[in-house]
Design a protein around this ligand. Sequence first.
Ligand SMILES: NC(=O)c1ccc[n+]([C@@H]2O[C@H](COP(=O)([O-])OP(=O)(O)OC[C@H]3O[C@@H](n4cnc5c(N)ncnc54)[C@H](OP(=O)(O)O)[C@@H]3O)[C@@H](O)[C@H]2O)c1
Length: 212
Amino acid sequence: MKIAIFGASGGTGLLLTNRCLAAGHQVTALLRSPEAFPLRHRVDAIYGNACDGHAVLKTVADSDVVLSALGARTWGKEDVLENAVPHIVTAMRQTGVRRIIALGSAGALPDSLDKQPFLNRWIVQRFVYNTFLKWPVASQVSQYATLSASGLDWTMVMPPLLNNAPGRGRYRIDGEALPRNGSRISREDVADFMMQQIDSPQWIKKYVYITW
Ligand SMILES: NC(=O)c1ccc[n+]([C@@H]2O[C@H](COP(=O)([O-])OP(=O)(O)OC[C@H]3O[C@@H](n4cnc5c(N)ncnc54)[C@H](OP(=O)(O)O)[C@@H]3O)[C@@H](O)[C@H]2O)c1
């Protein structure tokens, strides 16, 4: 397949790119710093910013599937998803590409933490989401609003805290809320799950929580 990847140079994006190449897919990646991208000779690298509609259109054109592991590099207000995801949706509509699998976050929706113990939920919603995760959560809420209204075949994969530990190959998934006491998962397991969605209709037009 021809796969367009946004956020290919990030922690999860690099794992996704490696997996796509290993599976024999042809990859187009939008990169702000292509010269620093370790897989630059193995992908069609498009130089540009995801907040630029022309660069996004060039990246999406001719692809069969779009993968996104985009996100701000800091916890500050960067508005990357707010600006980029509408461009991705517009480009997909223009080019007739229907499938997008995007990395979200377990904090994106009001009922995300409904299965957590009361005290955990209270602390996270009352304090964590109002302080240092305020802007990342706002960005993910925006990404969800854009994708769910897009009419595309979207899937949003919602993990809690990501780490760089080796994948376990075993994790819990849930279509309603983050599984109880789920607090972390490795980027490897998330990337593997996102790759599985390329061939699976199970979570089309849905979000899915994933955690160890
Ligand atoms: N970190 C966590 O614990 C956690 C937990 C749950 C969900 N998430 C979500 O998971 C996603 C990915 O996380 P991650 O830690 O794997 O990613 P990451 O390492 O922070 O990488 C972010 C990627 O987005 C790219 N990017 C940012 N702004 C861009 C722009 N304007 N134009 C083009 N590319 C841009 C970066 O490119 P450059 O290399 O050019 O900077 C990089 O490839 C984020 O949306 C985050 O909210 C993270």
